[in-house]
Design a protein around this ligand. Sequence first.
Ligand code: HEM
Length: 424
Amino acid sequence: MTNYIMKPQQETEAPRYNLFGAEFKANPHPTYATMRAQQPICRRTSSDGQSTIWFVTRYDDVAAMLRDHKRFVKNFRSTRTPAELAQLPPEPELLRLISNHMLNLDGVDHARLRGLINKAFTGAMVEQMEPRVQTIANQLIRKVYAKGQMDLIDEYAFPLPIIVIAELLGIPPRDRNRFRNWSHAFVTSSANVQRSAKKLAKAGRIMQDFTRYLSRIFDERRREPQPDLITSLLQTEEAGDRLSEDELFSMVILLIVAGHETAANLIGNGVLALLQHPAQMERLRTHPALIPSAVEEMLRFDPPVERATIRFAAEDVAINGQTIRRGDVVSLVLAGANRDPAQFACPHAFTPDRANNRHLGFGLGAHYCLGAPLARLEGRIAIETLLQRLPNLQLAVPVESLRWRTVPVIRGMLHMPVVWSSAA
Ligand code: HEM
């Protein structure tokens, strides 16, 4: 039901806060600051007038709810009684194929799927990838260096994690561009699925294309196993366990989307923060040992996952004088929690060497980001390489003209034109 891209329904009542659209996305932080202060658990009603969404913006509440796996669940079905479940319409086949993954499951179902893939993303496994990630960053810079300008999003921030995750999974290089387009269109158009039949049909067509492509890759790997993650998922057999066809498709799609939409925006949002704080940028250039801590600050300051994927209340929950009813949707605002003055000193300041930075950029609890070690590696290498190789890096347009994606869960720019002195 829910994933990285699902958008809570639009509301009908006059909204107290504008939480959607381009204007809000240009700078959501003042709105989140007001919500934290005035309505930290904020109720909204959906357009059908029946479902309720709660936006939560304070650090302590967000952290507690991310950890409360009993009362706030990922699988909507866990909130229904057997009688209510019997009333639900059958899930469309395509939806089943793409949404049967760990981020939509709870308890043992979640642990089982996560356990099958965990090994590939441990710190030790990721460490081995460092030279390859560095080579990819160098190659991307080499490609653009002489022209003295690029769209940082299109030519650096996106390609780097896409190449990494594609190589890890075993997607042939010739298909990477299609692969990026599919995933991008998936995130963008799926965010609108509740708006119109036309858009729903478009999202369906894109996903059909995507799953057809993956089917072909799976067949190829079954015939000719390769040293890649898709082959090892196909061969997975742990304690007699095996991935079903739905689970396999959903797992690979989750890794593709989670593996690059986020890391790309860590690089984009992180570089923007540096360009807006030139003294800090210079400090990192001369003291690269500070970069890992700067990456943590980037994840706090403008987290690529602005709001966690939605959860559902499994029972009625009384909190701060409000009652969240069983089945209500809960949207935990990571970007709000990360700037809570009760948790972070000077929360609106970008402080690359911030001490005790317990940001929620990777979530918390059972669904804590599986790819965090890889994301940290990619972020560190991408920033370090950029600072070393591109002198006098600057934005090529006024910061106010940058346009942000309007997908609710993701925080990232559409484009980011930058220039540098290639002769230096
Ligand atoms: C900077 C980059 C990244 C950020 C900010 C990020 C953030 C997050 C967050 C906030 C969650 C929890 C969502 C929730 O609880 O609703 C999550 C989960 C997840 N992430 Fe990441 N992520 C990043 C990169 C990656 C990468 C590179 C991969 C893998 C290739 C990955 C794979 C996953 C998976 C599989 C989950 C689901 C875990 C579960 O349900 O147990 N992520 N990520």
